[in-house]
Design a protein around this ligand. Structure first.
Ligand SMILES: Cc1cc2nc3c(=O)[nH]c(=O)nc-3n(C[C@H](O)[C@H](O)[C@H](O)COP(=O)(O)OP(=O)(O)OC[C@H]3O[C@@H](n4cnc5c(N)ncnc54)[C@H](O)[C@@H]3O)c2cc1C
Length: 466
């Protein structure tokens, strides 16, 4: 069985290692255009901020590891074309410029994503950077050393982490977003209010609810950012406004979402026979809605890559979907979210309700304790959990992993109220915060139903706060 893997970061590394281990008879060739594999982009901000000093620590695998497993490891090779009818790939050796053709029995498409590059005047200026891979990380660090005013465009988790890292280097930082709040997709306002206040207190200038229209420059180098609300000086601009799947090689050959994300079934098979895909190149099943969605995360990538290997010869193990669970530490706040925010659910026209509980993370008789904020979002009619968020100076982020399991298993808030969690004063209270939230949500739901629920009060996306 001849297997070709295109792209080798998280999905590709997971798929390749597992195929080599599970299918010793397979003849595997990996084509990767970079000279490295498995780079953890999630460490870029930590590296920029000086927490991770040695960038080499941000790789968990080396091309030699693949070669030792018997894999033909072709680094600095870019796949130029794929023909799924003839089962061929055309490849350029980026070192020599030579072009070659190869054939496969099974193709694994793990070409990932690339940052969205907006068509703005000034994007071509020096010191306007993207943030995705190892080369970007090195270039950002080099340029940031000389920069005084840094503009980070995009206040998703990557932009927020970078803004924090640049502040830790004592740079003047402005964070831009066209939405009115930071991390708009992950957190509702009660949470972003706290995060934003913390960021401002730490000296980050927030320029939210305004769209970047132009980058100004002088002598070929960026000097400022022009938005719908004003002009800002900047001598380094980092664009991190989102990602697009990098799937041009299979265009018109497999089914995709309109944004180009490859649609795979639960065994990671594309619509073309013997072509598999995993990671950021793919759409995933978003469990809160049951719909296909584009949620590029390393967690999805390693799971999907592993499943490719498990299902390569025959369909065996199914993908369980995702809640898009993510966590972030911003200065001294620990924040995590899973599933839909209330805002996202309402934007999608879902009839949901929500409950917020605030409590200390452990008993007040303990020498120290921290306030915690936990929100549940659930279907108004059934009480099924569809989302959750947590924020505290204490690290309660694992509770969102627990809630991710609850959402995946379609549990209701009432069921959550009675899950067996341990109690130990070092860690929590007799009623665990999750139990408390489940019980409170069920009480809220019953009170709302007694007032008439959906039938009497009806439901309106804009105005349902009663
Ligand atoms: C700054 C940053 C922080 C992040 N933080 C987190 C986090 O905290 N948690 C989390 O879960 N996720 C995080 N992510 C997302 C995570 O990095 C991605 O989801 C993950 O990298 C996806 O892995 P992948 O293998 O599918 O694709 P990619 O990482 O995009 O890798 C694709 C690979 O394919 C190669 N390739 C593409 N086309 C070709 C071709 N034609 N020929 C040869 N090779 C090709 C590329 O060179 C690349 O190596 C972060 C991302 C960034 C940028």
């Amino acid at each position: 069985m001849k297997v070709i893997v295109i792209g080798c970061t998280h999905a590709g590394t997971a798929a390749t290692i597992q195929i080599a281990k599970r299918h010793p008879d397979a003849e595997i060739t990996v084509y990767e255009r970079n000279d490295n594999i498995s780079f953890l982009s999630c460490g870029i901000a930590l590296h920029v901020g000086g927490v991770v000093r040695n960038a080499e620590e941000l790789f968990y695998a080396h091309p030699d590891n693949l070669s030792e497993l018997g894999v033909n490891t072709r680094m600095r090779h870019e796949v130029l074309a794929v023909d799924t009818e003839r089962r061929t790939v055309t490849v350029r050796n980026l070192e020599t410029g030579e072009t070659l053709q190869d054939t496969y029995d099974k193709l694994v498409m793990t070409t990932g994503s690339w940052p969205v590059v907006p068509k703005l005047p000034g994007m071509e200026l020096d010191h306007v950077m993207l943030c995705k891979n190892y080369a970007h990380a090195q270039a950002i660090i080099e340029k940031a050393a000389l920069a005084e005013r840094i503009a980070v465009v995009g206040a998703g988790y990557i932009g927020v982490e970078l803004a924090e890292a640049f502040r830790q280097l004592n740079k003047r930082v402005t964070l831009f977003d066209n939405t009115p709040r930071v991390m708009y997709k992950y957190l509702d306002q009660a949470f972003t209010d706290i995060v934003e206040a913390d960021m401002v207190e730490h000296g980050i200038e927030l320029a939210l609810g305004q769209t970047v229209q132009e980058l100004r420059g002088k002598d070929g180098k960026v000097t400022g950012v022009v938005t719908t609300a004003g002009e800002y000086d900047a001598d380094l601009v980092i664009m991190c406004i989102g990602f697009r799947p990098n799937t041009g090689l299979l265009q018109d050959q497999v089914k995709m979402l309109p944004n180009g994300a490859i649609i795979v079934d639960e065994y990671m098979r594309t619509s073309s026979p013997d072509v598999y895909a995993a990671g950021d190149s793919c759409a995933v099943r978003f469990n809160p809605t049951g719909e296909a969605a584009y949620i590029p995360l390393a967690t999805n990538a390693v799971r999907m890559g592993t499943l490719v290997a498990m299902n390569l010869k025959e369909p065996r193990v199914t993908y369980k979907g995702t809640q898009g669970t993510s966590g972030i530490r911003i200065f001294d706040l620990n924040v995590a979210s899973t599933g839909l925010t209330e805002q996202a659910a309402k934007d999608a026209g879902l009839a949901v309700r929500s409950t917020v509980v605030t409590d200390n993370d452990r008993p007040e008789f303990m020498p120290t304790y921290e306030q915690a904020l936990l929100k549940l979002v659930y279907e108004a009619e059934s009480g099924r959990l569809v989302g959750a968020q947590v924020l505290s100076k204490a690290d309660l982020t694992q509770s969102v992993n627990t809630l991710s399991v609850c959402i995946q298993n379609r549990m209701t808030v009432e069921e959550l109220g009675f899950v067996d969690f341990f109690f130990q004063p070092h860690y929590n209270k007799p009623w665990n915060l999750l139990n408390q939230a489940g019980l409170q949500a069920q009480a809220d739901l019953e009170a709302w139903a007694a007032r008439g629920g959906l039938n009497k009060i009806g439901w309106s996306a804009a105005a349902d706060t009663a």
